[in-house]
Write a protein that binds this ligand. Structure first.
Ligand code: 8YV
Length: 315
């Protein structure tokens, strides 16, 4: 039997690539120099797309694949997939929820701790000889017991909040409605009010057109000069320009970010700020989670091509 032809939007580890290539003829979009010519050539034969959370599949790519049946996303976020285009053509879409939740939450906590306690600067202090030449490392701010807001109490936000409870933090959250599984935490519907009462604000919202820049100037200013913003969701949830300006002027105390507009080419102003911790979008980046994500990407494709329901459908 001939293998179904799929479009592959980005690289996968070898442990995923080998089994993928065994089942499909994977056309590597990310390796094509002339993407338009590449799409014009292979697009008409494509039945599936294997993509990644941050790469998705836009309307132009979907339109170039008239026989497209399924898009399998390696990631929980599907904001980069044009769902309207998929709906219009009955294209099925899957993602990889659950398997990455705990690792993403872990990194968010690590970022908060690292930034608040100055872990990165402290290591430099040791390695560059400052400890010996200048003496004690400057004092940093406590984490435990302080007030924290979680913006978006979905799977990841819930796991973040659970971990924060272990630090005896005073936890509140915003979401579109109060969650029946979160009665132990204060529900504050308005993100500005949440930021106002928070020392730390985690952004754990699933991104969509509706959540774009939900963290804007007013939320950032409400968090204030002593506050810290931690983003492990998508850059589009935050007005990045307002964030950079507030970090530069001191209107916001600090930030810890795993996601950026236009990543991996981030706004160069980030590199000049000393009150921001920058991470290379790796919150789900453990061997264990990435293996589970890759398996789920293939399992969803296999289910589709065997005529079975998707395991983790988005559409
Ligand atoms: C991945 C992600 O880093 O789950 C998501 O939505 O963005 C991340 O888990 C990414 O999809 C891997 O390319």
């Amino acid at each position: 039997m001939t293998k179904p032809e799929i479009l592959q939007m980005g690289p996968y580890p070898a442990w995923d690539q080998t089994p993928l290539d065994a089942e499909y003829t994977a056309h590597r979009y990310f390796e094509a120099d002339d993407k338009a010519a590449f799409l014009a050539e292979v697009g008409p034969r494509i039945r599936g797309i294997a993509t990644r959370g941050e790469l998705g599949a836009n309307a132009q790519i979907i339109a170039a694949c008239p026989k497209l049946e399924v898009i399998s996303v390696y990631g929980v976020g599907f904001d980069a997939v044009d769902l309207d285009a998929c709906r219009a053509r009955g294209i099925r879409v899957s993602n990889t929820p659950d398997v990455l939740t705990n690792d993403v939450a872990d990194l968010g906590i690590a970022m908060m701790l690292a930034q608040s306690r100055g872990v990165i600067g402290a290591e430099t202090w040791v390695k560059d000889g400052s400890w010996a030449s200048k003496g004690l490392y400057p004092l940093k701010r406590r984490v435990w017991g302080r007030r924290v807001g979680v913006l978006g109490l979905g799977r990841i936000g819930f796991e973040v909040a659970k971990r924060l409870a272990g630090f005896d933090m005073d936890i509140a959250y915003s979401d579109i409605g109060a969650k029946d599984y979160a009665s132990q935490w204060q529900f504050i519907p308005d993100p500005v009010a949440l930021a106002q009462r928070s020392d730390f604000l985690f952004v754990t919202l699933a991104a969509s057109a509706a959540t774009r820049h939900v963290v804007g100037k007013s939320v950032i200013e409400a968090l204030g000069p002593e506050g810290m913003l931690i983003n492990i969701s998508r850059a589009s949830n935050i007005d990045e320009n307002a964030l950079i300006e507030a970090l530069g002027s001191g209107q916001l105390g600090a930030a810890a970010l795993d996601v950026f507009e236009g990543e991996p080419k981030l706004d160069p102003r980030f590199l000049t700020l000393d009150n921001v911790l920058l991470q290379p979008h790796h919150a789900s980046g453990t061997v264990e989670t990435r293996q589970a994500m890759g398996q789920l990407v293939r399992d969803n494709l296999a289910a589709h091509f065997a005529g079975r329901p998707l395991l983790t459908p988005v559409l």
